[in-house]
Design a protein around this ligand. Structure first.
Ligand code: PLP
Length: 504
């Protein structure tokens, strides 16, 4: 489909406020100016607009003195590769001109090169182990890699048992089912989480009861948890969100006092620690996800760790259609097929071999972001409590519009134009149809409206993090200058009109 550049083209007689308007409407981050013969004679990006304002321009100023008249351009007749090569750190938007110098196309850096929020890093033995599955014909859920992956995962957590599953939601459902959670029961979950936590509860026939999270570290608030307990409450599901652990001493004390089960949702926090102990090792069961955006991946996959042998045995039976291990094709319960394949486990094992390197990378990424965003008005960096080791699954920030001058959603849109993918926080559970409830969740509501996650892949380069930080800084600066100018213009207009009123 041909691209529509109407938003990107203005006359050289335009005013700066028109350029701003086009850029705000999403003109790919650059506006091109044409003379009377429609030849492109200049370019302005939002950086150019900002520099113009810093030199004293006003919203009503004509663009002409500020146009960038020397600019790179591609040619209609050139190959795509030749034109793309002209894009780079300095040139983010390349006009492609026809023989008469008129705009025929625009290539943008953002279209060519996107920085994802999270992508897997498969640089170890993944290929070798997968090839081994294929050459030996062991590609289903039988096979040594499943056993090996489970054993190494349990060892990593200093736990006696680990059961691999086909995904993280299945791991949660399996643990809850084997713990006897069912119809009429209530399970307390945080209001701020990925919905899979609550879905697993619903699929047991039970009811997820959402509680608010803390302002300090964005996870289940133990005080709210205690208040939400009713005679029907059977279990608690703390979710270690975005890589930060929950306050497990407080949660476990409540669970012991009220005789409740605890299933930890560690999907986003593999390797995170509470008081030096890994998440997933506090409750009755700890559940993990290996979806492709997680700390380690198997494509799709999950794991449950637990101490109790009986629980592990029940989960093993439920995982395999409810079939008794010692009596094949005899079903004591109606189970599920939640098995992990040998191919998934082969990838998982290779990934687990690299876990320390991945976790170190995550903390380095966090330190670079913290340095790059330090002191930015309206930006709150992710928490790390004194008792916590955050693994910064996704480096996540909170944007306060009143101080930053830009909303979270504007920032997401503007970074997307630069090829930087970000992600808003999850919607509060209680807003969504399957989990609607009428409680009070002010902290979740604030975070859900203002939180966003930045590109956080294990393999993200330092210069890419710098680019994200500079873009955020640039956007905030841009909005600050524009709102300052708008205010100054408004004050000048008010003064002019009141002066006109007092004239005889
Ligand atoms: C907090 C949380 N719980 C559960 C899940 C479910 O994991 P999966 O996608 O592997 O089913 C995810 C991730 O996707 C998650 O982020």
């Amino acid at each position: 489909m041909p691209k529509d550049f109407a938003e990107n083209i203005l006359s050289e007689k335009a005013l700066l406020k028109e350029v701003l308007d086009r850029l705000n409407r999403g003109a790919l981050g650059a506006v091109f100016f044409q003379g009377p013969d429609r030849r492109v004679i200049g370019v302005m990006t939002d950086g150019d607009v900002r520099r113009a304002f810093l030199k004293g321009a006003r919203l009503e100023s004509p663009v002409r003195p500020f146009l960038r008249k020397r600019f790179a351009s591609g040619k209609v007749g050139a190959s795509h590769e030749e034109n793309i090569r002209l894009l780079g750190d300095e040139i983010r938007h390349l006009p492609i001109l026809d023989k008469r110098g008129r705009l025929a196309d625009v290539l943008s850096w953002a279209e060519m090169w996107r920085m994802p929020v999270m992508e897997p890093m498969l640089g170890g033995n993944e290929m070798k182990y997968v090839m081994d599955c294929i050459t030996t014909n062991w590609i289903s859920s039988q096979g040594s890699y499943v056993k090996n992956f489970e054993a190494r995962f349990a060892e990593y957590h200093k736990m006696p048992r680990a059961l691999a599953t086909c995904n993280g939601t299945a791991a949660l459902h399996l643990a809850l089912t084997a713990l006897g959670i069912g119809r009429g029961d209530e399970v307390i979950v945080p209001d701020l989480t990925f919905a899979a936590s609550a879905n697993a509860v619903i699929h047991c026939g039970a009811k997820p009861v959402a509680v608010d999270v803390t302002r300090a570290y964005w996870n289940m608030d133990p005080a709210m948890l205690e208040r939400a307990i009713t005679p029907r409450t059977k279990a608690i599901m703390p979710v270690h969100l975005y890589g930060h652990p929950c306050e497990m001493d407080a949660i476990m004390a409540i669970a012991r006092k009220r005789k409740l089960r605890v299933v930890e949702d560690c999907a986003e926090a593999l390797g995170a620690e509470y008081k030096g102990k890994k998440v997933g090792t506090f409750g009755d069961a700890g559940c993990f996800s290996f979806f492709s955006n997680k700390v380690i991946t198997t494509g799709e996959g999950g794991m449950v760790v637990c101490r109790d042998e009986d629980l592990s045995e029940k989960m093993t039976v439920f995982r395999d259609h409810g079939m008794r291990r010692e009596k094949r094709y005899w079903h004591e319960v109606a189970g599920f097929n939640y098995r992990m394949t040998n191919v998934q486990a082969a990838i998982g094992l290779a990934q687990l071999e690299q876990i320390e390197r991945f976790l170190e990378a995550r903390r380095r990424i966090a330190a670079r972001y913290a340095a790059g965003l330090k002191g930015l008005a309206g930006i709150t960096l992710p928490p790390e409590m004194s008792w916590a080791k955050n693994i910064y699954w996704l480096y996540s920030i909170v944007v306060d519009e009143t101080k930053a001058g830009v909303t979270r959603d504007e920032l997401i849109r503007e970074l997307a134009r630069e090829g930087i993918e970000t992600r808003p926080f999850f919607y509060p559970l209680h807003h969504q149809p399957p989990y609607r409830s009428s409680g009070s969740f002010p902290v979740t509501e604030g975070l859900a409206a203002k939180g966003m996650s930045l590109p956080s892949s294990n393999g993200i380069r330092p210069d890419e993090i710098t680019r994200v930080c500079e873009n955020i800084r640039g956007r905030i600066e841009h909005h600050r200058i524009v709102s300052h100018l708008r205010l100054a213009d408004k004050t000048a207009t008010t003064k002019r009109s009141s002066a006109a009123r007092v004239r005889p």
